[in-house]
Design a protein around this ligand. Structure first.
Ligand SMILES: Cc1ncc(C[n+]2csc(CCOP(=O)(O)OP(=O)(O)O)c2C)c(N)n1
Length: 635
């Protein structure tokens, strides 16, 4: 029982202490025992707590600040966790974590064994659906609504989705289905007119139009009360409304999809949020509430630049400055410089991003070549097929995409690009373990899912300079080509500014040793060199996952007793599997040790910790090789 357990009907506004409210909130039950007027000061306490907490841990800041009132109103009105709240993406769910018994663990956010940065079913009964990738909430909510219906549970299901996430096809697939089913479901659109950067597309424009027609709403409501006592006039207005519906009345699109639309309302006004949610709770069928919020609300730097404060590293609260600045060049920056340089030489080069302009390193390209830059919104499938279409008619598109988000466009990769052997370059960032974002964002499957596609060539750079060369090689290659590179910085190789290409399918040996040969695919090359020193092993930078340098494999075969493959991808179907398949195809009688990520999801931690958990740090690799040598009686 919480310390604020009071009889709300006898709520005495004057006597209720409005300080240190958060201290007493250990679950939504405590929240529901507060008088309503205590919620706005509680929202301010949560705001301060959130800013302070994220300034120390880093994480997603601006989105959470924008939904504090909504979070409180939802848990206040609905009987969570019996009623289900499904947050889309989940990056805005820190306030939800804070009031659902996890505030004391906020200092552990996104760290090894700490709280996840996203809702996770394993973490709390209040986290009804695991998220990280966007635009899944309406589908999941509809599934839960159907489950409730089938099992006769009288429970409310609420999905909360942002205007950015609403741009994805999946969200509309779900709306389309939900509207037709007539299932009890509440979808809340949190419209802050921002994705990570400014939102793009017709839906976004439509929402802006809806907001601007609020003047019309006020006018309509005003005239309605004025005409109330004049029978006939109201009827006339109703007919006029019917007539203009589709032109100015907000929410028509959602009504056409079968939803009962309400809004837009101010998402920071707690009393009106609570009233509206109570009203909507009493209505059946698919309902759609449109609320308007400010991303970054309450923290000036974030309000001023919500894009910059979307996801942050630890920062100084007063100045807003990030504390751990690195001067090393990231792989993303290597891509950013390459695409700008390559674009200067050839007008056929176009850059495409599915809503990840900053993260993918396209800001400079967008500024320099605005007419060749396409942010397609959160629409990975569309991004890939758009590129395929461009390539059909003589253009040379580059799709800049995170490994984890390319998963969304797998059929497009196969059916629209690879099958037609189209000239599309995939610049695949955040490949391998990505650190604090955890398993939802890990880019650990791309080598497996792309390697099995005919026509594709696939490269993984050992260092920054090679990354640039591979991007150029991929772009000049007349067919589908993929370069995958990791999050953050590499070994610090200096990057030449020419546009040199690499011979396709050729590996290079970077260390001569005996008995053991380590075949590295990607940035673990640096680690392999250290390992090789202590084992006196050979090291080969394989460069190409496909086509595989089979000549190199054969020559290593002749001169070594054990081949070890090393990659920052799951072992299953990865680059090492390519070597295994080849050895098998030539009936080679040689021992092969495939080192990569295990057949399990690795949770949030630092990238180094994640690699160590997978046995891919220097020590782990040495141990595994030694064990294999012992087994083979070769040690
Ligand atoms: C499939 C997928 N693509 C891209 C992303 C990266 N991403 C995370 S949040 C976000 C913007 C979401 O915008 P919105 O839904 O409006 O939420 P806001 O941050 O504005 O509250 C994007 C693109 C993702 N999580 N999932």
């Amino acid at each position: 029982m919480g310390i604020f357990e009071t009889d709300k009907t006898q709520d005495d506004e004057q006597d209720f202490p409005l300080e240190n409210l958060l201290e007493g909130i250990n679950s939504p039950v405590d929240l529901r025992n507060l008088p309503e007027h205590a919620l706005p000061p509680l929202a301010e306490e949560i705001r301060d707590f959130l800013i302070d907490s994220v300034s120390k841990t880093g994480g997603h800041l601006a989105a959470g600040l924008g939904v504090i009132e909504l979070t409180l109103a939802l848990h206040y009105v609905f009987d969570t966790p019996e009623d289900r709240l499904i947050w889309d993406v989940g990056h805005q769910a820190y306030p939800h974590k804070i009031i659902t018994g996890r505030k004391d663990r906020m200092p552990t956010l996104r760290q090894k064994d700490g709280l996840s940065g996203f809702p996770r079913r394993e973490e709390s009964e209040y986290d009804t659906f695991g998220v990280g990738h966007s635009s899944t909430s309406i589908s999941a909510a509809l599934g839960m609504a159907i489950a409730a219906e089938k099992q006769n549970h009288d429970r409310h299901i609420v999905s909360i989705i942002g205007d950015g996430a609403l741009s994805a096809g999946m969200a509309f697939e779900a709306l389309n289905h939900a509207g037709a089913l007539d299932t009890d479901l509440l979808v809340i659109l949190n419209d802050n007119d921002m994705s990570i950067s400014s939102p793009v597309g017709a839906i976004s424009k439509y929402l802006t139009k809806v907001l601007s027609s609020r003047t019309y709403n006020r006018m309509r409501d005003g005239s309605r009360s004025a005409f109330k006592r004049m029978p006939g006039v109201v009827g006339l207005m109703d007919r006029w409304e019917e007539h203009v519906k589709g032109m100015v009345i907000p929410g028509t699109l959602f009504e056409e999809l079968g939803f009962n639309y309400m809004g837009p309302i101010d998402g920071h006004d707690l009393p009106s949020l609570i009233d509206t949610l109570r009203n909507l709770k009493a209505i059946k069928g698919p309902r759609f509430l449109h609320i308007v919020t400010r991303k970054g609300k309450g923290y000036k730097p974030a309000e001023g630049d919500p894009s910059f404060y979307h996801g942050v590293s630890p920062f100084d609260i007063n100045s807003g400055e990030f504390l751990n600045k690195t001067s090393k060049v990231t792989f993303t920056k290597v891509f950013s410089d390459w695409i700008c340089d390559a674009a200067k030489n050839d007008e056929r080069l176009l850059g495409i991003t599915p809503a990840m302009c900053e993260g993918s390193g396209l800001v400079e390209f967008a500024e320099k070549f605005p007419e060749r830059y396409y942010d397609v919104a959160i629409a990975e499938q569309h991004a890939v097929t758009l590129a395929a279409g461009m390539a059909c008619d003589g253009l040379k598109p580059v799709v800049a995409i995170y490994s984890t988000f390319l998963q969304r466009a797998y059929d497009q990769l196969i059916h629209d690009v690879a099958l037609q052997n189209l000239d599309v370059t995939f610049a695949v960032d955040r490949a391998g373990e990505v650190g604090a974002d955890g398993a939802t964002h890990a880019g650990v499957f791309d080598l497996s899912y792309a390697r099995c596609l005919p026509n594709m060539i696939i490269m993984a750079p050992a260092d920054e300079n090679e990354c640039r060369q591979m991007l150029q090689t991929a772009w000049e290659f007349d067919g589908p080509a993929l370069v995958r590179y990791p999050r953050g910085t590499g070994c610090g190789a200096s990057v030449e500014n020419n546009l040199q290409t690499l011979p396709i399918g050729k590996a290079i040996q970077t260390r001569e040793g005996e008995a053991v040969a380590i075949l590295v695919f990607g940035e673990l090359h640096e680690t392999a060199l250290h390992v090789a020193q202590s084992l006196n092993a050979s090291v080969v930078n394989m460069r190409f996952v496909k086509p595989l340098d089979t000549q190199m494999v054969e020559s290593l075969l002749a001169s070594h007793k054990l081949l070890v493959t090393l990659e920052n991808n799951v072992v299953q179907g990865g680059a090492g599997s390519a070597v295994a398949e080849y050895l098998n195809s030539i009936s080679a009688n040689l021992s092969l040790l495939q080192l990569g990520l295990p057949d399990e999801f690795i949770e949030h931690a630092t990238q180094l910790e994640q690699l160590a958990m997978a046995g891919l740090d220097e020590n782990g690799i040495v141990q595994q090789i030694k064990q294999r040598l012992e087994k083979l009686n070769l040690s």
